[in-house]
Design a protein around this ligand. Structure first.
Ligand code: GLN
Length: 191
């Protein structure tokens, strides 16, 4: 089984290293043809406008949506979460728009541009690294909030979609990647 990491811009290598730590092979995804052999996709943090534009330019948005409609799980961190949201408040930037959440970019405020916080996810404690993170401002029925911080959701699951507004790939704690790997394994068993 291979999990792809969208490699257009952003923190790609850290996800590859995390997957290696989970004993999962990975594949850099730069073009639609790179998606053939993958069973799940991670969209990393970075700059969501840049990633969104490049995704459209290379036709990756269409291929990602097609594979998603066939049951391929997707995990978006930070900019990846923005790209997966159905609504990006105040922005018409290109996106995938698959998950029933709304997000507001860079909304933790300038002074706290980036910060670390202890967060609770599924009743366990994690180190959350937030870097110019979006705030999830709305979550519709069908979305499961897995963790929150400061009263706002920071990790949400809906069907085969997972998002976190923080960066587990920048820690040495593989639990969240393992959680996604299990989602991918379950989806393969359904094929
Ligand atoms: N601020 C970035 C954006 O709006 C996201 C930051 C990140 O991915 N760490 O796209």
């Amino acid at each position: 089984m291979k999990i792809g990491v969208l490699a257009l811009q952003g923190s790609v290598k850290d996800h590859i290293d995390m997957l290696k730590g989970c004993n999962v092979d990975s594949k850099l995804v730069k073009l639609p043809r790179d998606m053939g052999e993958i069973s799940g996709l991670i969209i990393p943090g970075g700059e969501s406008t840049t990633i969104g534009k490049l995704m459209n330019r290379y036709g990756l948005d269409r291929e990602i949506k097609r594979r998603y409609s066939e049951g391929m799980p997707i995990y978006g961190t930070c900019a990846g979460a923005i790209l997966l949201a159905k609504e990006i408040v105040g922005s018409s930037q290109p996106k995938l728009g698959l998950m029933d959440i709304s997000v507001k970019r860079n909304d933790y405020g300038r002074q706290v541009d980036s910060f670390e916080a202890e967060i609770d996810i599924l009743d366990k404690t994690f180190k959350g690294i937030f870097i110019r993170a979006p705030v999830i401002t709305g979550v519709k029925d069908g979305c499961k909030i897995l963790g929150d911080f400061d009263g706002k959701p920071v990790m949400v699951e809906q069907g085969n979609l997972l998002v976190s507004t923080f960066h587990p790939e920048l820690t040495d704690d593989p639990r969240i990647h393992r959680y996604f790997v299990e989602m991918v394994e379950r989806s393969r068993n359904l094929l």
